[in-house]
Structure formats: structure tokens, C-alpha cells
Design a protein around this ligand. Sequence first.
Ligand code: BG6
Length: 492
Amino acid sequence: MGKLKTGFPDDFLWGGAIACSQADGAWNEDGKGKSTQDCRWLDGSWTHDQIEEKHQNNPFSKAEFEAALLDDGTEYYPLRRGNDFYHHWREDLDLFAQMGLKLFRTSICWSRIFPNGDDAEPNPAGIAWYRELFAACHECGIKTFVTMLHYDIPVNLVTKYGGWKNRKTIEFFTRYVETIVEELGDLVDFWLPFNEFNAGRFAPWDGVCLIADEEGDNLDQQIFQCLHHQFVANARAIQIVHEKCPETPVGGMIARFCTYPATCRPEDNMQALHDDQYANWFYTDVMARGAYPAYMDRYFDKLGIEIQMEEGDEELIAANTVDFLSFSYYFSQVATADQGWEKTAGNLVMANKNPYLESTEWGWQIDPLGLRVTLNQMYDRYGLPLYIAENGLGTADVLEADGSVHDPYRIDYLRKHIDCMREAVIDGVDVRGYMIWGFLDLVSCGPLTMSKRYGVIYVDLDNSGKGSAKRYCKDSYYWYRSCIASNGADLG
Ligand code: BG6
């Protein structure tokens, strides 16, 4: 028997997370090529409702893609601007260091390293920038948790090869991984090949760069074929890290949809099992157990999906499993065998609404206890170390005239989630790190706005990119500083 834990381990990693396409900006500077995320557009003058209508009901279309390929401006392309981290990173890092941050998660932009994805040589300026950033993190005592691909692939790989539909993309990704692991591996503490592996199923453009209206009835087939190619690419990435940096852990990540049966009716429970398998477990089972789970056969059969595998794929996936698992956690949802259950928005999906929970302004249901449930479920199943790669609250914060930002709602949200995470530690779960998402305000991924703010640091930019880009510490910044200093004992 082990000894009952009473709180967070001494070396617990308190972190913050961003992603290059939502933060960096500088989309065509220093040799960076256009990426798939540089193509998503928004009219920054729209109202909240207009933006939500577009986001919820109009997935990225072929016409939008074609227009974006021809347009090299930034006016309608918020992800080309980000929060200008590329030019502000030194002052941002100072703020991170002053609060005692222990872990910084960001992603490397593939098109900053290989502007077209298939270039003969990498872009030295791209490598130099990441070396400077990661070395500076280490100088401040901050460990680096680095995502190799957070949705943005060089657009040329899509127009020329069809993106993840084509196995050639596995080769290009492998070369990209070899390059960044060789060039930056000494400065990276944790590698994460793919952000939210299950995103491809729920947000095809983000996850697997597929345009829904182009694929038509073939969409499901294409999604799972692309995902298979990503599983192979993921296994190659793990193999490369294990060979070149054997001391550095390499992990997997999903957007975790914590799922409760609507009632104790057996039918609802069965539905909850299936929802969990198809939306969550499939992805972590492949990455952690190294094989497609048997329950997917029936699912694929129902959807008419036939995955083309090549000889050696299954062996590669089996031989290269993850060292840890991580996940984003924002909400929970209800599983029911009934039709017509009330829906609400959730990260990447529309979810069945839980009458016991409150929602954010964007409809996502707030469920701290679901985080404890999730941590227990994942640890029970895999016994691997866990990291919460993203958690946080998106709200419309207000910058006061004196430069303060009062966000008691965010403090309340974080406090409750961290409390439940502590309970999970006492339950015996090996959770080693926690990263607040959108640590400094950035362009949201779904609605593409600055006004949905997650940060503990405010960035003075609006949905049209107007503003000073100055950074201001919110009340939650000071609160998190105390939380870190007390290793999670002082939650205010
Ligand atoms: C996760 C993504 O799905 O959710 C992030 O990894 C994203 O990129 C985050 O920003 C929050 O979603 P949104 O749409 O509110 O930005």
C-alpha cells in the first residue's frame, strides 16, 4: 500500500499554455509561410451573436479557403495577427517569471520551420527564434512543454498534396519532427506531437485540414483516414524523440469530453459508454495502448468506413506509445438515448445540456468535479502520468482606466478546478502539471475573437486587431502567483 497523499507533490508543475497560431502573429515575417490557420477569417466588426452564428453553423468552406489563398492582408484574418507574441515575448516572459511560472506550453509553427512543408531546407530564422524563446524560458527557470502541431500546417501541403489525406504528409511531418527535435530538443522538457487528437473528428479543418463541403458524403471516411495517417505520424514522432532525446517524455493529448449518463436507465448508460469510447477513449487507446480498440470495428462498420493501412503501420503504432497523457478540459456533457435533449455549446462540439451546471457566456458548462472524474478515469485506464494541458475560462473582461482588470469569476473558476485536481491527487492520481489555457489573452480558436479572453494577463487588442497590444496583469495573475508560491495550498 502507498501512503495517502495530502496535496500536490513538491515538484508539481504550475503552468500556462498558448499556441503559435493564436498568439504569435507575424504570419509572414522572417520567412514564415502561410498556414491553414492563417486562412480562417472573421469580420471583426460583427456582434457577438453574428460571430456565434457563423462559428456554430458555418464550418470552414471551400470558397473561404480560395479567398484566403489570394488575400495576403491581415484585416479579416485574426490568426495572422494573434496577440503579437512574436514581438512581445520578452516582456511576456518577464511577467511569467515574476509570477513564478514553472511550465510554459506553446507550439512550434510548422510553416515557420518549413514555410511550404516540402522545402529542401528548414528556415534558419524560424529555428533561431524558437531557440531564443526556449533558452530564455530555461534561464527564467521555466520548463517547456512543446506541441509540434497545434492545427496549423503549411497551406502548400494542402493545395499541392491534399494534406493529411495523402501519406506524403506523414513523410513531411517526420522530416519536420526530425529537424525540430535535433535543433531544439536540448531546450524542450516535454514533447507533444499533436494538440487534441480527437479534434479532427469534431473540427475537420483544424484537426485534419479537411473542408466539409468539399468532401460531402465522404467526409467521415476521409476524417478517419486522415486520423490514421496522424496516428502513424504520431508514432514516428514518438520514435524520433525516443531515439534522439531518450530522457525527454513525449505524450498524447485529447480534448476530453467528460460524459455522464442522463439517468440511471441502462439505455442512457450504454449511450454514455459509446459516447466516451468514440469521442475520447479511441484516441488515447491508440496512443497509449498501441492498437485500434475492438469497439471501433462496429462503429466503422456503421459509418461505412474502411481504413487503408499499409504494411508496418500497426507494428509502428504498437511499438511507439506515449510516456504520458494530457488533455484539455473545459466542460462536461450528458449522454442520453433520447432524441431532442436540450443542447448547448461546448469546446469543438454541441453538447447535451446538464441541468445541474451553470454555463459560461459562450454556453460551455462549468464542471470542476468533472475534472476530478476525468483524472480518475484516465489514470485508472492507463496508469500513466497526466498533465492538464488546457483549462480556463473564456470571458469578456474589462480593462479599467487605471490598468486593472477585475476577474473574480476567473479566480473562482480556477480555484474550483484546482481544488478538484487536488482531490484527484489524494484519490491517488499521478497528475504532474496544470496549464491555464490562453495564459495571456489570445485569439480564440472557435469564434476567432480577442473578446473571448482566457488570460490572467490582459492584452489590449480588439476583434479587429485594434489597440495598443499592451499587457496588463488581471487580478487572477496575482491570485495564480500566490497559488504557485504555496504549491496550491493558498487558493485565496
Ligand atoms: C482547445 C484548443 O480546443 O480549446 C485551443 O486547443 C482553443 O486552441 C481552446 O483556443 C479554447 O477554445 P476557444 O474556441 O474558446 O478558443
